[in-house]
Design a protein around this ligand. Sequence first.
Ligand SMILES: Nc1ncnc2c1ncn2[C@@H]1O[C@H](COP(=O)(O)OP(=O)(O)OP(=O)(O)O)[C@@H](O)[C@H]1O
Length: 254
Amino acid sequence: MADDICIEFDDVVAGYKDFMILNNLSFKVRRGSITLLLGPNGAGKSTVLKTLFGLLKPRQGRILLNGENIAGASQKELLAKGIAFVPQGRNLFGQLTVFQNLELGGITLGTKITHERIPEVLEFFPRVKERLHSQASALSGGEQKQLEVGRALLLRPKVLLIDEPSIGLSPLVVQDVFKLLQKLAAQGTTVLMVEQNVKSALKMADDAIALESGQLVLHKKASELLADPNIERLFLGGGHVPGAAGGSVASALL
Ligand SMILES: Nc1ncnc2c1ncn2[C@@H]1O[C@H](COP(=O)(O)OP(=O)(O)OP(=O)(O)O)[C@@H](O)[C@H]1O
């Protein structure tokens, strides 16, 4: 595996019960890049993240992290190897304080290390830092998403998987979340993200991968895809690929 590749899916088949969602999927993600997963609803984008995070065991193929096959590893093992996952939606304990939520994020680290790292993580989020003893549910949507990312950062992840972080956030707050991801990537964290806010996400991402029916149909530099005149037609309006009007991503962009 080339040195600059952090994650590789090699011929991965994965799904739910008898229904396969990822169909012989292969792709590579560069270390320290922000890679955006695109594609129509149901293409398997979230399934890629879940499979990488061990929530779904692949039926076939290899998933390599820095050259090591991690397919089938437990979530605990994957966390220990430096993979963190921020799922879609709200995932905080709303009745607990910001600080307590952070403490829970560090449960596998032990109290001492967690308490040492909390101030370090809070440096990324000045607004959240000011509300350390507020109930998490009292934070704004954007602050809550920042806290979720902060909780993942306690583990000092090498790979951050993030599923639709912009849902429910105002455009300015989305920009804050994106800037944070850029900062993390600049420090060497590999970010793999699903995001329906395609245009803004492409502006901050390095690479773009598009899936259709669980297969790779496009892998390009984000800047190249952004410059493609078909991008509006294919991804405008929440990431849908309008089959009737435009055909597939593959036929239009490859
Ligand atoms: N737990 C589950 N059990 C059964 N089927 C599931 C489960 N989770 C997802 N699926 C199905 O797997 C397919 C792919 O889902 P996935 O969430 O990966 O798509 P996606 O590309 O992220 O789509 P979206 O843009 O709509 O979030 C969908 O048809 C979905 O209904």
